[in-house]
Design a protein around this ligand. Sequence first.
Ligand code: SAH
Ligand code: SF4
Length: 362
Amino acid sequence: MGEPLRPITDLSLDELRAVMRDLGQAEYRAEQVAGWVYRSTVTSFAEMSNIPKALREALAERFRYHALEERAALLSTDAETRKLVLSLPDGELIESVLMRYPQRPDGTGSERATVCVSTQVGCPVKCAFCATGLMGFSRNLSAGEILDQALYFLRWTREHPPIVRNVVFMGMGEPLLNYDATMSAVDRLVDTRCAGMGVHRMTVSTSGWLPGIERLIEDSLAVRLAVSLHAPNDELRTSLVPLNRRFPIPQLMETLHRYQRATGRRVTFEYTLLDGVNDSPALARELVSLLKGLDSHVNLIPMNPVSDLPFQPSPWPVVDEFHRILRDAGVICTVRREMGRDIKAACGQLRSELQKRERKSA
Ligand code: SAH
Ligand code: SF4
């Protein structure tokens, strides 16, 4: 057996045009094919009804239509979170999650759907409370492998609305350690000739890989930036996010101030609340001082418990108090709605369990 075929989504539109030239076809065929791949519900070249049969066959010989195969799916009991374990052409496994937010019971807010995609198989950063960190790092995903997760749910939500409008790069892996593939995926998600989504609806989440934030500043991409902070001082943060030893908080904050001056954009901070570890009122006050002068939004995340790890979620009264201290100090702050805890929505957990089960039955 040779190498597995590349997914067609690995190709930029320019590369797709070059393929058309090589096949003796008119270049406009590239945009027609992209229309099917990025904006329809079809799942094979054979279904592209306005493309000549010979070209459909030539493409099918050279490319796979999509990179992913569904290996396991879980639906949360409230039916709003759908989590998939997907296999890649080389057999590696990743996770992607669809989160649907209904209108509030009082009729305010709007229905919307967000997909959370992985950017690496495993993760080299190894945060102390993260199931993905526990499994180590295998490899980066290609642009097509990242994109196809969003396209998978885009196709599905065209038939089960609301349609996906937001993509968060918050699944397995550290997106800024796989910068080129992640940003190529963003390019094709926002290109109107491809998926045509809003660039402000793309959120890249980082544990603080500063060379990546520097590149975001240079490239002046309009994606949103979320920083996984989890602690307001170096000692505590280094114990949770080992990358902090290399890029400590003063350097991180200096870079974020520069990012904000250059882009004018608000920075989101993620703060996962761990019982008795980073959830005290004193730490909330320390966080308030750290964020002074930066236009920021703090997203408090109730921890998803991970078996084999010694952390527990903070009790609700503690979460509320932490939230109140930030809010009273004028910090914009939300508590992430708990989604899918019953299906282990913290990325990495479902894949780990599937592999444990498969090892047992092997
Ligand atoms: N590597 C990137 C993006 C993926 S992790 C990053 O760290 O930002 C996405 C978010 O999930 C991060 O904020 C991470 O800290 C959080 N997270 C990881 N494990 C978690 C858990 N068990 N419970 C709640 N949040 C978790
Ligand atoms: Fe990697 Fe993010 Fe998990 Fe840390 S929290 S190990 S950076 S995926």
